[in-house]
Design a protein around this ligand. Structure first.
Ligand SMILES: [Zn+2]
Length: 368
């Protein structure tokens, strides 16, 4: 859900944030909460304003990442606020380790700065509702800064450490692999701390730390899967990974012949070519277009999906782009067609699975 723009960057709110907003207002308006000293009739209002201000603080944290990125000419697609905080979606290709470290460090620095300003405000104004809100925001922003500095991917501290290892080893992929293991260790340590707190009787603290540990571990895993695979796949061309085109059909062959051929070679789809040029595809689902026409007398060109309505990629398209397009198009296969409209091969879901498995195996060998 788009809520506005800061410096031209779209700001979105994930629906989970609204639920968290309500939960936080409820928590903060409890008599045992930080605003227990305020009259109960005013507490909900104060809590709501505080949570909204917190939302602004998280936004400032994210915006500071985006603004430092902008200095280096790296665009930010959007900023999304979700249950635990925010994410800035920015381009990561063409970033140097130094730039990555500075972009990552900007967020926690912004949080610490906001925390410091809030603390000063809380000291300066006479103790009242306003001072209490300022004091609370001070504590929370410092906590936010510390949380984000945890040396675990994809948190800011993890990104700084990743940049450091990258700089030392001189290889982004190796740094990513290192951070993968390191983040699991941090997650496990946090989980241990959570269990310890739990047994010491601090249930709330225990659950809180366990949630953070869970977040760190699951986020790290998904970020890495994407990072580890995206690297090699963006350097591989479609021609390198595609499956061969297999037997082709002529547009004037009958549908009965086409079906017999597909069944014989056990394929879901066959290319229809004329004078070496791709003119269409016939897949199993195209036979539904026969209706009550006889397959023995109906020609392939009558039921095929014509070239004009097929999504295709060129042999030079990177495997990563081809896989993304295959997923986006929702088709089972994507023909690889060269500039003279000659079919070179197919990228299928099976290609994706095979290549991903191979890449993972290779990563494991490199890591070990
Ligand atoms: Zn951050």
């Amino acid at each position: 859900m788009l809520v506005g723009r800061i410096a031209g960057i779209p700001i979105r709110i994930d629906w989970s944030w609204i639920l968290v907003f309500a939960l936080f207002v409820m928590m903060l308006s409890q008599a045992t909460g930080p605003f227990g000293a305020i009259a109960p009739s005013e507490r909900v209002g104060v809590a709501a304003v505080t949570v909204l201000l917190l939302f602004v603080c998280v936004l400032l944290h994210e915006t500071s990442h985006a603004l430092v990125a902008r200095i280096y000419g790296i665009p930010t697609r959007d900023i999304t606020l979700f249950a635990f905080g925010g994410v800035s979606h920015m381009e990561t290709t063409g970033v140097t380790p130094g730039q990555q470290a500075q972009i990552a460090a900007a967020g926690p620095l912004a949080s610490f700065a906001i925390g410091a300003v809030s603390a000063v405000v809380a000291e300066l104004v006479p103790w009242g509702t306003f001072a209490q809100v300022a004091a609370y925001l001070g504590v929370v922003n410092v906590a936010l800064g510390i949380f984000n500095l945890l040396p675990s991917y994809p948190l800011d501290g993890g990104r700084v450490l990743h940049a450091l290892v990258w700089k030392i080893r001189g290889d982004r992929g190796r740094a990513t692999a290192f951070m993968s293991s390191f983040s699991s260790v941090v997650g496990a340590l946090l989980m241990g701390a959570a269990v310890l707190l739990f047994f010491m009787g601090n249930f709330f603290g225990g659950i809180w730390i366990a949630l953070i540990a869970w977040f760190v571990m699951s986020a790290a895993r998904s970020e890495f899967a994407a990072e580890l695979l995206a690297g090699p796949l963006s350097h591989t061309s479609s021609a390198d990974v595609m499956d061969e085109s297999g037997e082709t059909l002529g547009p004037d062959q009958t549908c009965a012949e086409a079906l017999a051929m597909l069944l014989r070679v056990r394929r879901r789809v066959a290319a229809v070519t004329q004078d070496g040029m791709l003119v269409g595809l016939v897949s199993m689902s195209d036979f539904a277009k026969l209706h009550d026409r006889a397959p023995e007398t109906t020609r392939v060109f009558e039921i095929m999906t014509p070239y004009e309505s097929i999504a295709s990629v060129s042999p030079a398209t990177s495997a990563l782009d081809a896989f993304r397009r295959l997923a986006a198009a929702g088709h089972a296969q994507l023909p690889v067609v060269d500039s003279s409209r000659c079919l070179r091969g197919f990228i299928t879901r099976e290609t994706v699975i095979r290549v991903l498995k191979f890449t993972q195996e290779r990563q494991r060998v490199r890591v070990g």
